[in-house]
Design a protein around this ligand. Structure first.
Ligand SMILES: *Cc1c(COP(=O)(O)O)cnc(C)c1O
Length: 423
């Protein structure tokens, strides 16, 4: 019997340059992001030579490099994407008990960030492509005309119809924030990176995302006021904003906002930035590798009866670090059996719509007083499988994964047919 023996939870390693830099920082103790002398009054290229002696400029440089990569004017590095989403809502002006639309199919960190900011999530159904159901969005606007914020979560890198969503939001005066935790590197209309529909886009560098620093996140924006707010809210006090390279060079805006913005102490530290900076240099290469593996697995699974990989929108070029697919025509116990039998052979497949999964809205009771009715989402995620990929997988590994899924499913369906024909 064919088995898969590699670890699915294996994170991507830190390039040697990042390890060396982190060690140097620890030797000097300069882990705090503001522990250096330079101040920036205008935009400069943070070339290694100029700022190299200023060891502790790692976070400042990372913010600059990340903002240039993603194509936003400003970036603020923080301790997680959850924190980035929380601060984005505050920057957008969310007040206590304000309603926030968001996906019913996403990770628990998203509704948690809304609750953290004092808001109340209003969940939207996902469609069969794992995307925001735009018709449901329109219905929910009618039910909640007072809801003026929307965190659109590109769950597992599945990017919704942002053009339709933006048109509706512009008309209704709804403020959009994009959760790009899993869509770093994904592109829209063959050009820009995803994360430019909204004023604010949030990213993650938690271990199972495209960048790995264990924990970490970014807010990217081209809006001066949002950037200044988030720099201050992340934990920048006095004149420390002068130590940011990817900031609005408008000191007045900082001085004006400063007394009104709490310091939430959500800064990134230099060790985190040191291990991330060399990863940005190889990001495109890594995304390409993920795409190859994904394409290979997709072409295998497309030949398996009973498996459906929902198509993404034509305008979206995904950067997938995991595979999602639906099991068709199986009962709940057959789906559970599929998970068990593939696990015996070394695969780690999770079903989103299960009570042991943090991506199932029924587990988010902290966010509502009455269980929301989300029949469509419920039905889709009850048979939606999640399988992580790793750039360390070989083409042989992908063949093995594909064969195991095929085999296990054939057995389950075969047995059912036997039972049926003997009745
Ligand atoms: C991981 C993830 C987050 C949260 O990221 P953290 O950096 O762990 O806070 C938010 N949204 C989605 C869709 C995620 O997958």
């Amino acid at each position: 019997m064919m088995e898969f023996t590699k670890d699915f939870k294996i994170p991507d390693p830190v390039p040697q340059a990042g390890i060396d830099r982190a060690v140097k920082l620890m030797e000097t103790g300069r882990m705090y992001r503001y522990n250096f002398h330079a101040e920036f009054e205008e935009e400069i290229e943070p070339s290694e030579s100029e700022l190299d002696d200023e060891l502790a400029t790692e976070v400042a440089k990372l913010e600059y490099e990340f903002s240039r990569y993603i194509g936003h004017k400003y970036a603020i590095a923080v301790n997680s994407c959850g924190s980035a989403l929380f601060m984005s809502l505050k920057a957008a002006g969310l007040e206590y008990q304000d309603k926030v639309f968001t996906n019913a199919f996403t990770f628990t960190a998203v509704p948690s960030s809304i609750v953290h900011a004092g808001g109340v999530p209003i969940y939207l159904e996902c469609n069969s492509q794992y995307l925001i159901d735009v018709e449901d969005f329109k219905r929910k606007i009618e039910e909640h005309p007072d809801a003026k914020y929307f965190i659109v979560s590109h769950m597992r890198g599945h990017v919704s119809d942002m053009e339709a969503i933006k048109a509706i939001c512009d008309e209704q005066g709804i403020y959009i924030i994009e959760d790009c935790a899993h869509s770093l590197g994904a592109k829209w209309d063959n050009g820009k990176y995803v994360g430019h529909t909204a004023k604010i886009a949030c990213f993650s560098s938690q271990s199972y995302k495209m960048l790995n620093s264990g924990e970490g996140g970014f807010i990217a924006t081209s809006d001066e006021r949002v950037a200044a707010y988030c720099i201050l809210a992340a934990g920048c006090y006095e004149k420390l904003y002068k130590k940011h390279l990817a900031r609005p060079f408008n000191d007045e805006i900082f001085e004006e906002l400063k007394p009104h913005v709490p310091n939430f102490s959500l800064r990134m530290n230099n060790l985190t930035a040191a291990v991330l900076r060399p990863q940005i240099k190889i990001l495109d290469e890594k995304i390409e590798r993920y795409k190859q593996l994904y394409r290979q697995l997709k072409s295998i699974l497309n030949t398996v009866e009973g498996v459906l990989i929902p198509p993404s929108l034509d305008r979206v070029e995904r950067a997938p670090d995991s595979m999602q697919f639906n099991l068709l025509n199986l009962t709940k116990s057959q789906v559970d059996r599929f998970v068990k039998d593939t696990a015996v052979r070394g695969l780690k497949i999770q079903i989103f719509g299960r009570l042991d999964n943090a991506r199932y809205f029924k587990n988010w009771q902290y966010s509502f007083t009455e269980m929301p009715e989300l029949k469509q989402t419920e039905e889709i995620i009850a048979c939606a499988c999640d399988l992580r990929l790793s750039p360390s997988f070989t083409t042989e590994d992908i063949d093995t994964i594909g064969s195991i899924i095929k085999d296990v499913l054939k057995n389950i369906v075969g047995e059912t047919n036997e039972v049926l024909s003997s009745v």
